[in-house]
Design a protein around this ligand. Structure first.
Ligand SMILES: [Zn+2]
Length: 1006
């Protein structure tokens, strides 16, 4: 599944408007950014600036912007302090109760392995709303064939909330009668005791009918969505989202990734719809069970081919109105051919080609890369109006948000176009990572997601080599991993002992996706791409159609390393010979190291320590976390000096300190060359000065400058470095040595973290704005002087980024030009606007305009057909500078569907003065939200909203609120928000005055 990353645009109205969140580069649940600027009333544009910057930064940095991170600890026991703040549900889960309040006979989240499913025969008959009827319901019947692997008289499987079952029968070769039945809602389990034990190898058939409402607000299981077609008529559809634990909400099943089986599906639908499944349609026959149809001759039954063996979370089906159209193509591969279909409403029929061009390149490429065939005869991809994640990799039927599938050349920005390619590549990579080889259990989700994230870049790199995708890794996921994993309340990549569905949901976070992929990137740098590919081929082919664990993967890499290098190789005597030992220190420990290097004569002295954003976090939260590695890591360190230009290696093998001797006395040292290591770096002040000088001369490339900026700002944030270092490093960007915008994205993200804390000081805001305008001057003019046709992909992204920063700081050249374009366009909407600037133009129009401009966009939302434009319009609607408009918008949040409500809220939260209002609204309506929406994925984002609060009052208020709520899957991110607030408080206490005076000094010299 793709998260994600990451988020920019907020939907405003209902599904039929086509508003939706902008999504990150992966299928991860939607991320909400929470940076903000706190503007004084007289400097509102600067506030806008920070907001827009945020959007820009988020767009560019994708998920980097999260101040909060999430997760709890596990490679370590929890402290009493943390435990006491965990959600009440978590605390009371010691005994699971059945519907009548008695203890469940099965108390484990895991199913017993005595009965294993072999096949499912599933029939569904969805009834979607039609004229005069608003409710919808799904009737179904399932027959499960089970293999008795060890004798038992208990049949235990998942039945999700809201499912009503009837006509349950159990059959076998010899008679079996049901003796008792118990339903346990807290574990979604049905427990049936039968009259005798099965015998090993005996086959059992469990058949039952079921019925469940098809809901619209809860975006999982089998759910309904609506949209407006090109004639503005309302259309209904229904589709699935099962991962991780929602297949049980669609139909009764053995809902664990390791319990793979085949699936046969039949869909009974009326003639006005069509249906899709993981597998191709075998045939359609007449049926007579469409009870809502007056003319039964319009009732059809679609019968699909039997699926391959797969996990329940990958099952997918959709019932679509005839308005849906598809672009079909037979994609040839070196091993055969695959029928590919890209599906969307007819109004978007001309926006499917880009997705097809990505797919027809990436699908055959991955097949060759992994030396393993794509095993299905077809691959369908459909865009749907409402989706909790960015996309979902269902085998043969990938489901996307519109924004991650449809490319509209008139409205899709360069960054969004790249995001579409990344998400498609990510989901196709999952057809191997996750679908063919699946993790054994959700505690190793990273095996699915981290590889999909890393290989999405390899796939897009193959699709468009000129996009320099591998250079974007640092800014798009490594920086996010470093941010999230700097909190005490982070968690190890592998979290053994997940014991609650909420804990499973909470695994879909930056750690599984981004820390995992950053770790693979580090491994790639250590063992080399050739060895990495060989290891992946071994792993995928060895465990095809089965499940695997992290240790299986590391063993495959070790084997590949030996096959490639024998006993020699570049690391013959290094820890790399035992990769499992190396990787264990990174996957089973929370956080990562800060590596400090000092020059002493001709020696380099290294020291590693656990890095925490709140240095005294363990005492504040009374943590008793422990680690079998003592919070030390096996760290590969790449370094260069003034006399060593080709990076050399040194390993810290769980040592706290290490000294090496060089053949020269270096003037400087730069470690973590190309930022491939998953750690932060610290130098002595004199060394930093030398690195600043070299950056000014253009000595380092974009990734290293981005890494230096990230580390310097972060160390200054925690008072380990003078603020002058990151600011002067940032100043080196004014010479425009670098073609990429990534250092800008990192620097502005870091500055935007500070924005909210100085926003009350108009002088400081003015100084900061003036300073940034000065740095921006030459790079901005250089990029704007280039002709459109001459710009590379990277330069387009740079232009988009610098434009956004320019608006943020009220740079007159850009803001005046964009506002003028807005006025011309308002006078005549056929005036062409450049896609990369439309969003800024719309936002400036609303911000500088009046309520009639806001109303204009609100009305426009009902007229436009492009989902890409709808995204920009929604973004603009959240930019009003009118107090009443914003207030009414906040008060109407609960009238929207969950995806829209939380997307808008996230955007409003980034605006000065509105964050408080939004959060107060959530606090007042918390219980209603929990009841109305399925908060699973959303909660982890909502609980991050307050991460930018920065007063002791805020901290106490949040602590109290979180302590008294059932936070479900949001409990980790709630604690991370608290930790971020504490970090902000610390920054104000130690750095605020120094920062202001240094910026004052810089600005007054202009
Ligand atoms: Zn994914």
């Amino acid at each position: 599944m793709e998260n994600v990353e990451e988020v920019q645009i907020l939907p405003l109205k209902s599904a039929s408007d086509g508003c939706e969140n902008h999504v990150s580069s992966s299928d991860k649940p939607q991320q909400q950014q929470s940076s903000q600027a706190k503007p004084s009333s007289s400097k509102r544009l600067l506030a806008l600036a920070f907001l827009l910057l945020l959007i820009a930064v988020i767009t560019i940095v994708i998920l980097l912007g999260l101040l909060a991170s999430r997760s709890c600890d596990n490679g370590a026991s929890e402290s009493d302090g943390l435990q006491s703040r965990r959600s009440p549900k978590s605390l009371t889960r010691a005994v699971y109760l059945d519907e009548s309040g008695k203890a469940c006979q099965h108390q484990d989240i895991r199913l017993p392995k005595s009965l294993l499913p072999i096949s499912y025969q599933l029939l569904v008959r969805p009834v979607l709303p039609s004229q005069g009827q608003k409710t919808s319901v799904n009737f179904g019947r399932v027959k499960m064939m089970l293999n008795c692997s060890r004798p038992t008289d208990a049949i235990i499987f998942h039945v999700g909330a809201g499912i009503r079952i009837s006509d349950l029968t159990v059959t076998a070769a010899q008679r079996l009668d049901e003796v008792s039945r118990q339903r346990c809602p807290s574990l979604d389990l049905l427990y049936i005791r039968v009259s005798r034990q099965c015998t090993t190898g005996e086959l059992l058939n469990v058949s039952l009918s079921f019925e469940r409402e098809i809901e619209g607000d809860k975006l999982d299981g089998f759910y309904m969505a609506k949209y407006k077609d090109k004639n503005r008529a309302l259309r209904y559809m229904a589709s699935t989202h099962m991962e991780p634990v929602s297949a049980r909400k669609a139909f009764p099943c053995f809902d664990e990734p390791e319990m793979k089986a085949t699936f046969d599906l039949e869909v009974i639908r009326d003639w006005r719809y069509k249906s899709l499944f993981n597998m191709p349609l075998a045939r359609t026959v007449p049926d007579t069970r469409c009870s809502h149809l007056t003319n039964q001759s319009g009732c059809h039954r679609d019968i699909f081919q039997t699926s391959v063996v797969m996990s329940t979370y990958l099952v997918a089906y959709a019932v679509l109105p005839m308005d849906y159209v598809s672009l079909q193509k037979v994609v040839k591969t070196s091993r055969g051919s695959i029928q590919v279909g890209i599906w969307a409403p007819s109004s978007s029929q001309n926006q499917l080609d880009f997705a097809m061009s990505v797919t027809e390149k990436v699908l055959p490429y991955f097949e060759d890369l992994f030396n393993l065939s794509y095993p299905l005869p077809k691959l369908d991809m459909i865009g749907v109006p409402q989706f909790a994640a960015g996309a979902m990799e269902n085998w043969g039927l990938i489901i996307y948000r519109f924004s991650t599938l449809l490319y509209d050349p008139n409205y899709t920005t360069t960054i969004d176009k790249q995001t579409i390619a990344e998400v498609i590549s990510h989901e196709i990579a999952h057809q191997w990572f996750g679908n063919i080889v699946t993790m054994k259990w959700w505690d190793e989700l990273w095996l699915n997601e981290a590889f999909a994230v890393f290989t999405q870049y390899i796939g897009v790199d193959a699709f468009k080599p000129g996009w320099s995708m591998m250079d974007r890794c640092y800014v798009e996921f490594v920086a996010s991993a470093l941010q999230t994993d700097s909190l005490l309340h982070s968690h190890p990549i592998i979290v053994p002992g997940l014991s609650d569905p909420n804990e499973i949901e909470s695994m879909f976070d930056d750690i599984s996706y981004f820390k995992g992929s950053a770790l693979i990137r580090m491994l790639d740098a250590v063992i080399g791409r050739r060895t990495l590919k060989r290891g992946l081929i071994i792993y995928l082919n060895r465990f095809a159609w089965r499940n695997a664990a992290s240790s299986d993967l590391f063993a495959a890499f070790s084997e590949a390393y030996m096959l490639e290098n024998g006993d020699s190789g570049p690391h013959a005597n290094s820890p790399v010979r035992n990769l499992t030992r190396v990787m264990d220190t990174w996957t089973t420990q929370v956080n990562y190291p800060l590596v400090t290097v000092r020059i002493r004569g001709n020696k380099l002295h290294f020291r590693q320590e656990r890095f925490l954003l709140v240095p005294n976090a363990t005492s504040i939260w009374k943590s008793n976390q422990t680690s079998r590695f003592g919070f030390r890591w096996i760290v590969p360190i790449w370094y260069v000096t003034d006399r060593i230009s080709e990076p050399r290696w040194v390993w810290m093998d769980l040592e706290e300190e290490k000294t090496i001797e060089l053949d020269h006395q270096p003037k400087f040292v730069k470690i973590n060359f190309n930022q491939t290591g998953l750690y932060r770096c610290s130098y002595e002040q004199s060394n930093w000065r030398e690195l600043i000088r070299l950056s000014r001369e253009g000595y380092f490339d974009s990734t290293d400058v981005a890494g230096l900026l990230n580390d310097a700002f972060t160390l200054a944030y925690i008072n380990r470095l003078n603020i002058s270092v990151p600011i002067e490093l940032f100043e080196t960007l004014q010479d425009d040595h670098l073609s990429s915008a990534t250092p800008w994205s990192i620097a502005m993200h870091k500055i935007s973290e500070i924005g909210p804390m100085i926003a009350g000081d108009q002088q400081a805001m003015t100084d900061l704005s003036k300073f940034i305008v000065k740095i921006l001057n030459r790079p901005l003019r250089n990029i704007l002087s280039k002709k459109e046709a001459e710009l590379t992909h990277m330069e387009r992204i740079k232009r988009q980024t610098l434009n956004q920063i320019a608006v943020m700081v009220d740079e007159p050249l850009v803001t005046n030009k964009l506002f003028k374009m807005y006025q011309q366009w308002r006078a005549n909407t056929s005036f062409p606007l450049p896609p990369d600037e439309i969003e800024l133009i719309y936002e400036i129009g609303v911000y500088k305009g009046n309520t009639s401009d806001w109303q204009f966009f609100k009305n426009r939302l009902n007229e436009i057909e492009s989902y890409s434009e709808a995204k920009h319009v929604c973004s603009a609607l959240a930019m009003s500078s009118d107090v009443d408009t914003n207030y009414r918008l906040i008060q109407s949040l609960l009238n929207l569907n969950s995806q829209e409500a939380f997307s808008i809220a996230a955007k409003l939260c980034r605006r000065s003065g509105l964050r408080e209002l939004v959060w107060s609204y959530f606090e007042r309506n918390w219980d209603i939200m929990m009841e109305r929406y399925d908060m699973a994925f959303t909660l982890t984002e909502v609980t991050k909203f307050p991460a930018e609060f920065h007063t002791e009052y805020d901290y106490q208020r949040l602590s109290s609120f979180f302590a008294n709520r059932d936070l479900q899957s949001g409990w980790r991110s709630a604690f991370q928000s608290l930790e971020s607030v504490k970090a902000n408080i610390n920054w104000i206490a130690h750095n605020l005055d120094d920062f202001k005076s240094f910026i004052r000094q810089k600005a007054s010299g202009l």
